[in-house]
Design a protein around this ligand. Structure first.
Ligand code: M6R
Length: 607
């Protein structure tokens, strides 16, 4: 989704801004732009399409040491140069970049039009530049502080003014903004990845905070002018991970990295001596965990499916009710927060607006909410009452892969801990840990069968529609498989509980609609086989993902992908990998933009 970046220092700003934008590319965007201070005027460049197009249009000569930049993902107004940020006021003395949505922009714009302001775009964001113009009286921070209370909605924004050279003013409310502290240079960005190449010292701004930045310092305050003390944090993100490291796409690299990511997520968290899990970040002792009577997992997209998978495991092993909620729904449903209930918000990016606002709504109602996040220092990670980092490393491809299995890793360890506090015996805990430890090698085995999966993709990639069917703990995996395929190949795909087939979806079966069946050797295998036969009887093609050597499944299915045998509750980790690979190969064969599929953003920071 939109990314913002600002620079203020002694170097050639345009080069640093373009580099920063490239590091925001993975979030998804449709146009971009920069504004650089250039003596008594601004130089603004905007382009539709890739950052490279923008970079190629910039003049060679240096033209300024401070500036702001933006990658836009259209919300208000089409994908045009005029609608791309930065936006300027009537006299082109003020420039702003903005993430988020100004909900009352039309009312504000109407008033500004009456006052004679001339607008150049259809965006909601442009009103901010004109509002600053209205109130500016030589002090940019003061002007921004006067404008912020007029805005209804969400923002992460940076403003600059030609009359205030070497000053950037940033503010946040519901959209992330981070300050980077360099050597006589400062950075502002919506994503720490934009600045890690230049500095590892950062300050995470909270909502309603305003920062004024010059090359050699910064001040933070609120709209009432109260100074706010901020701690400086060292980030550990590794800039090199932005390399494809020989892979054609980040997605394939991230699928392959799953074995290492799972191992990282397990380190120090499986206590073999006591056959239990250890998660220090929960900030809850065993007595408090024993008081938990119910678990609610809240998330969006792939993270939701990870939560749904965990809900099956928790009910089965911990023997307490567990349910999953879509963050986008929870936010508006006036949820009943129950006592003795532990809430989890799950988010790879830690910035998903729906999940963040669901978290705040839960906290407002008194819930204790833990986070499961990948992005260290992200807003959700900071605002939750405790939680677990999944440590899967930066996930760049829009389609989430390694974050899913890493989220499962954290949730499975949590389940082990909770189950061992209750009914799971020492021996059962040990068996669970043994199976856990087998996972990386087994996933490696599946990855080595990639050629076969590619051949199957070659046979089916021209299909118009797919069904994904699974039962029990593998039902969410079926839905995740369908999500992967649709988002990167644009092929229509739906995931269903296989038991639902006869309740409607079977009407879709014909020779042109292949079905993926997840049919490992678990307690529901025979039920799945019956469903496969029903599909077969209606001429449907079947691709089955089953356990090694399952001859009965092989006989019914048209194509088979085998996964190694494991303790049944761990099959989601194994079954999802072929589905990721299948989606990847279909997308490549169809010539899709695998890492940045159309219309999608990596981090959905607006609702
Ligand atoms: O960063 P989050 O985990 O909160 O993101 C949630 C969804 O937006 C995300 O999983 C999305 O569905 C992915 N594109 C799936 O591949």
């Amino acid at each position: 989704m939109c990314g913002i970046f600002g620079y203020c220092g002694g170097k050639k700003a345009s080069e640093i801004l373009i580099e920063g934008l490239k590091r925001l590319e993975y979030r998804g965007y449709d146009s971009s732009g920069i504004c650089v201070g250039n003596g008594s005027k601004f130089s603004v460049y905007k382009r539709v399409g890739k950052i490279k197009v923008l970079a190629d249009t910039l003049p060679e000569k240096p033209f300024g040491h401070n500036g702001i930049a933006h990658t836009r993902w259209a919300t208000h107004g089409g994908v045009t140069e005029a609608n791309a940020h930065p936006h300027t006021d009537c006299n082109e003395k003020i420039a702003i970049v903005h993430n988020g949505i100004i909900e009352n922009y039309q009312q504000l714009k109407d008033k500004l039009l009456v006052k004679g302001h001339k607008f150049k775009s259809e965006t909601d964001s442009e009103v901010i530049a004109h509002l600053i113009e209205e109130v500016f009286n030589g002090d940019l921070t003061k002007a921004v502080k006067q404008v912020l209370p007029m805005l209804k909605g969400t923002y992460g924004l940076i403003a600059m003014h030609v009359d205030c050279p070497d000053v950037l003013v940033g503010a946040r409310n519901g959209s992330p903004l981070i300050l980077g502290i360099g050597n006589n240079e400062m950075f502002l960005a919506s994503d720490v990845n934009a600045m890690v190449a230049y500095t590892k010292q950062v300050v995470y701004l909270n909502d309603k905070e305003i920062v004024t930045v010059t090359p050699d310092g910064f001040t933070t305050s609120d709209v009432q002018d109260n100074a706010i003390h901020k701690d400086i944090t060292m980030v550990e993100t590794d800039g090199e991970s932005f390399d494809k490291q020989g892979y054609n796409h980040f997605m394939m690299k991230e699928i392959a990295e799953q074995t290492e990511a799972i191992k990282r997520g397990m380190v120090g968290r499986l206590n073999v001596d006591e056959a239990t899990g250890h998660l220090g970040g929960l900030n809850m002792d065993n007595a408090q965990l024993l008081d938990v009577e119910r678990i609610v997992l809240v998330a969006a997209g792939t993270s939701y499916y990870a939560g749904m998978t965990a809900s099956y495991l928790i009910e089965n092993l911990v023997r307490i009710p567990a349910r999953v909620e879509l963050a986008s729904e929870l936010r508006y449903k006036n949820i009943i927060v129950e006592k003795n209930t532990l809430y989890f918000v799950i988010s790879q990016s830690g910035e998903t607006a729906d999940t963040l606002f669901a978290l705040r709504e839960l906290q407002r109602k008194g819930a204790h909410v833990l986070g499961i996040c990948n992005a260290v220092g992200s807003t959700i990670a900071r605002e939750t009452d405790g939680g677990v980092y999944i440590h899967s490393g930066p996930e760049i491809a829009v389609a989430s892969t390694k974050a899913f299995t890493s989220q499962l890793t954290a949730l499975y360890i949590f389940t082990l801990l909770m189950a061992r506090i209750r009914h799971l015996s020492f021996e059962q805990g040990k068996e669970f840990i043994n199976a856990f430890n087998e996972l990386p090698a087994l996933i490696e085995e599946i990855l080595s069968a990639d050629d076969k999966i590619e051949q199957i993709a070659d046979k089916y990639y021209k299909s118009q529609s797919f069904m994904f069917l699974g039962r029990g703990i593998n039902y969410p995996v079926a839905m995740e498989g369908a999500l992967k395929l649709k988002e990167i190949s644009y092929i229509h795909a739906e995931g269903f509980g296989a038991g639902e087939l006869k309740h409607g979806p079977i009407a879709l079966i014909n020779e042109q609609t292949p079905s993926f069946f997840l049919v490992p050797d678990d307690a529901l295998r025979d039920k799945n086989i019956s469903n496969m036969k029903e599909v077969k009887a209606r001429g449907g093609k079947i691709i089955a993902v089953c356990t090694n050597g399952d001859d009965e499944v092989k006989e019914i299915a048209d194509d088979v992908i085998e996964v190694p045998k494991i303790m049944p509750c761990f099959y989601p980790f194994l079954l999802v990998v072929p589905l990721q690979l299948f989606a990847y190969h279909c997308a490549v064969k169809l010539g899709r933009d695998v890492d940045q599929p159309r219309n999608l953003a990596k981090s959905v920071t607006v609702e």
